[in-house]
Design a protein. Structure first.
Length: 494
């Protein structure tokens, strides 16, 4: 049995209310950021997308460094959307924040619609599921991050929600999966639940073959263009980040696998997710009883997605941003289970328990929304007072033709106007084979004729040990996190 479409559409009041809440929620984070230090983005990678977008809009080229085409952007579709802001002269901030608000709003409407269709007796006076999405701190943080994270989360959620319904348009699902790869390469994993649903839910060989053909027709066109795009730019089928990130963090694979799995699994639970976990389990049990294959394959994808990152890229910094695209659908399952439990309450103790569950969910949601706003402001302060400050200093004080090596290329590429050597391998992929080998990096920098090195001292202790500092940010924010300030070194080539 599959989840049947329950026609309980949102009215205009609900849709507009969710838009208003999305604006207020993201606006509150920006307000806190402004008064904590200043407006900006909480990740240096955000400036990578802005640099690609600006060069596309103003120079008509897909390049990070002018005149040097590259595929260092993991999310070509996101960079293209940002480029529109430069054509409208609303970049880099206004347009980017507006995109984040709109995507958060769409995700909230999608979540509310999904819960109403999953639970036919759910007829709320207020769109509670959508409201939760607009206040969930991971999602608000992502909306203001300037990154592709929330766009990818929306596409993932849309695919998995549509798979759970009885009537499926596999051609459209294929298109969505193909489109998701233009936002993140891991979108290809969505083929897994789509194919599994076809094999389990379709009732005959003929129907299965027709569904598989339609899925492939929708997917393959966009996928082929994606591969061609990367091959033309770099000669490789995947973006440079696909290889560079795995190489840089390969050392983390030495952590026991079970510990890595636990670290990934806990990320969605930091906040309201812990209160929604019982609801997700209720939804899973209900899906098993009903043999709702589309729902179950989506849940299997969620577990597999977290396991994939634990296996190949076990990084959980920046609030688990790599696993964030899987969070909204988990919240939807949790909300559906909560609705099932609350609306099917028949005894007094169940009423007491459901009331406690609802109140605790709301309280946790609001507490972490507030804490998330402070975390967002602190993250922005670090990037602005370190990476952006250094980039402006380099622009104003170093010779225009100086070759600068740095690990964080985003703000440097956007503001400094200098040629760069990328120690992270995103636009300098030739460093990937020795990305964590400081002796190999030293030799490479000497061969490239690098004149300055920009980094945090503890990231490359061997490289920086005997170098002469020419500038240090003095930011008060980074030391509070136990880190050193970013330094510009004069490179010594013996």
């Amino acid at each position: 049995m599959e989840v049947r479409l329950n026609k309980s559409p949102l009215n205009y009041r609900d849709v507009l209310a969710l838009l208003g809440l999305s604006i207020l929620s993201v606006g509150a984070y920006l307000f806190v950021s402004h008064f904590y230090y200043r407006l900006g983005f909480p990740l240096d990678d955000s400036w990578i997308h802005q640099t690609y977008a600006r060069n596309l809009a103003l120079r008509g080229e897909w390049a990070f460094l002018p005149g040097q085409p590259s595929n260092g952007s993991t999310a070509p579709l996101w960079s293209f959307l940002l480029a529109i802001g430069y054509w409208l002269r609303l970049a880099p901030y206004v347009w980017t924040y507006a995109l984040g608000v709109v995507i958060l709003w769409i995700l909230a409407v999608l979540a509310e619609t999904a819960v109403r269709r999953f639970v036919p007796v759910y007829r709320p006076r207020f769109p509670w599921a959508g409201i939760l999405m607009t206040l969930e701190w991971h999602l608000v943080w992502a909306a203001g991050s300037g990154m592709e994270t929330l766009l990818h989360a929306t596409l993932v959620t849309l695919v998995l929600v549509r798979l759970a319904f009885e009537r499926r348009n596999y051609f459209c699902l294929g298109l969505l999966i193909g489109l998701s790869m233009w936002v993140r390469p891991d979108g290809i994993t969505l083929l897994g639940p789509a194919v599994a649903t076809i094999l389990l839910a379709e009732t005959s060989f003929k129907h299965r073959m027709r569904a598989l053909v339609n899925l492939c027709l929708g997917f393959c066109g966009l996928f082929a263009l994606y591969l061609l795009f990367n091959l033309v730019l770099s000669g490789l089928p995947w973006p440079n980040t696909f290889y560079a990130k795995q190489a840089e963090y390969a050392v983390l694979q030495q952590i026991p696998l079970l510990k890595r799995l636990a670290l990934e699994a806990v990320q969605p639970l930091v906040g309201v997710g812990i209160a929604l976990l019982p609801g997700a389990l209720i939804t899973a049990v209900t899906a098993i009883r009903r043999r709702a294959w589309g729902l179950l394959t989506g849940m299997a994808w969620f577990l597999g997605y977290a396991s994939l990152y634990a296996w190949r890229l076990p990084v959980t910094y920046q609030h688990g941003r790599y696993i964030m695209p899987a969070m909204p659908v988990f919240f939807i399952w949790g909300l559906a289970g909560l609705a099932i439990f609350v609306l099917c309450t028949s005894s007094r103790w169940q009423w007491v328990l459901s009331t406690f569950w609802k109140l605790s969910t709301g309280l946790i949601l609001l507490v972490f929304w507030g804490r998330g706003g402070l975390a967002y402001a602190q993250d922005v302060a670090v990037i602005e007072s370190e990476m952006v400050t250094v980039a402006h200093w380099v622009s104003a004080n170093l010779p225009a033709n100086a070759l600068v090596a740095t690990h964080d290329i985003g703000a440097m590429g956007y503001f400094s106007g200098h040629n760069l050597v990328d120690l992270a391998g995103l636009v300098s992929p030739d460093v990937v084979p020795f990305i964590r080998d400081e002796s190999g990096l030293r030799k490479y920098l000497n061969e490239r004729g690098v004149e300055y090195l920009v980094t945090f001292p503890d990231w490359y202790p061997s490289l920086t040990r005997d170098l002469q500092p020419v500038f240090q940010t003095g930011s008060p924010y980074t030391p509070t996190l136990g880190e050193e300030n970013m330094v510009v070194y004069r490179w010594s080539n013996p």
